[in-house]
Design a protein around this ligand. Structure first.
Ligand SMILES: *[C@@H]1O[C@H](CO)[C@@H](O)[C@H](O)[C@H]1NC(C)=O
Ligand SMILES: [Fe+2]
Length: 386
């Protein structure tokens, strides 16, 4: 809706990329998008490595493609923080895009992937095991979606997110940076916004197909979430056919209580869970929402964050986990060998290729094709089949 003050962009900066529109017209027509990675500012990276905290503008062109038109690598405008555009010499613009993607890769790994689909969901998983009996209908509904979660998280902590491990070696942020990002990722997550794809995308202004025609994540996540919601609704409405069954279920109420209790008091610290902190859940619809969110985050949310890692990261210049220089502070002409000199060396590149290949492997069956059968009652079995 507006260009923020901190971004040094006027109509003149981007005029030639707007197909005859003024910047104000393009904004009014909802054709301008912004990515502001402010959350990366002053990230405590390994060995004092410096990470960009970029702001980028994108434009939806007449062929309906979303294309980058301006990149400012640091948050605040100033003489040592130029705005790069496609009008710069090709290698200069390429370098700016590499540093932008390098920053986004840290965000992807810490914030989107590990923070929200692994670590946050580990809290939900532990809370479920602590409070619900294995014979509880909600346990049976959630358990298949926690398969291997604790195992992969402890393996990941040991091998990938450990001192000297893969993240330390092959990502700019290193372990110190990724832990800081995970903490921000988890504490800023709300079940009723980030936990629901339509709400999350509405909040970012990208839900409307007329506004942003090509967005495969949205086009897959919205119908998948709706399908999960129908499934969860069938199962839970069958078990909780009156509000008194919700109110009187002590395991369920204790599950909610531990989930919303702050981390400092031993809870999971989840915000945006429906119900009331005195009464707890009072209606099955509140339960349906959080159960759907957990299943969706563990399934479609993780799939979206995880399975394309090889495709994105393995050709390092496309999406560099690490660059061997700080972000540029002045516009210069760059030769091809200048660009090559900031890429990681052969052994680091091989590690990036290898690990992202492993991470992208599908280790579980597809959604609904459960490895473990927990529900045997006709209603549950039928709902899964549907
Ligand atoms: C690659 O770079 C890393 C980090 O600078 C260094 O530890 C490693 O020895 C280098 N490997 C080769 C084969 O040059
Ligand atoms: Fe993963």
């Amino acid at each position: 809706t507006a260009i923020p003050d901190k971004l040094d962009v006027t109509h003149e900066t981007v005029a030639e990329f707007l197909e005859g529109l003024t910047l104000d017209e393009a904004l009014a027509q909802k054709k301008i998008f912004i990515c502001d990675l402010a959350v990366l500012e002053n990230l405590p990276c390994k060995d004092g490595r410096i990470l960009a905290a970029p702001v980028a503008l994108f434009y939806v062109d007449k062929s309906k493609h979303l294309v980058p038109i301006a990149i400012q690598l640091m948050q605040n405008k100033g003489p040592n923080n130029p705005v790069y555009t496609p009008a710069d010499p090709p290698n200069t613009w390429l370098l700016a895009k590499m540093f932008y993607n390098n920053a986004e890769a840290q965000h992807h790994q810490g914030f989107t992937h590990l923070g929200r689909t692994h670590i946050l969901m580990e809290g939900m998983c532990v809370c479920t095991h602590r409070n619900l009996s294995p014979s509880h209908p909600l346990f049976k509904l959630l358990a298949p979606h926690f398969l291997f979660l604790l195992a992969i998280n402890s393996r990941g902590l040991e091998k990938l997110v450990s001192i000297g491990g893969w993240v330390d070696c092959c990502m700019t942020q290193g372990v110190s940076g990724i832990f800081s990002l995970i903490a921000k990722s988890v504490s800023s997550w709300r079940a009723d916004v980030q936990g629901i794809p339509t709400e999350e995308m509405k909040a970012r202004g990208v839900l409307d197909r007329e506004v942003l025609p090509f967005y495969p994540y949205r086009d897959d996540a919205v119908p998948l979430y709706a399908a999960i919601e129908r499934y969860v609704t069938k199962v839970l409405q069958h078990h909780y056919d009156s509000p008194s069954k919700v109110l009187g279920d002590v395991e369920l109420q204790q599950w909610r209580k531990e989930m919303v209790t702050p981390v400092a008091e031993g809870g999971v610290g989840i915000k945006g869970i429906l119900g009331d902190n005195k009464v707890g859940f009072s209606d099955v619809s509140q339960l349906i929402q959080i159960a759907t969110t957990i299943i969706a985050t563990c399934s479609l949310g993780h799939a979206a964050a995880n399975f394309q890692q090889y495709d994105q990261y393995a050709f390092v210049p496309n999406y560099p986990g690490i660059l061997m220089a700080p972000p540029p502070t002045q516009k210069k002409d760059y030769t091809d060998s200048d660009l090559l000199s900031i890429l990681p060396n052969k052994s680091m590149t091989l590690d990036i290729v290898l690990i992202t290949k492993l991470l992208s492997k599908r280790g579980t069956n597809s959604l609904g094709d459960f490895e473990m059968q927990y529900m045997y009652d006709p209603v549950g079995v039928h709902a899964a089949k549907e």
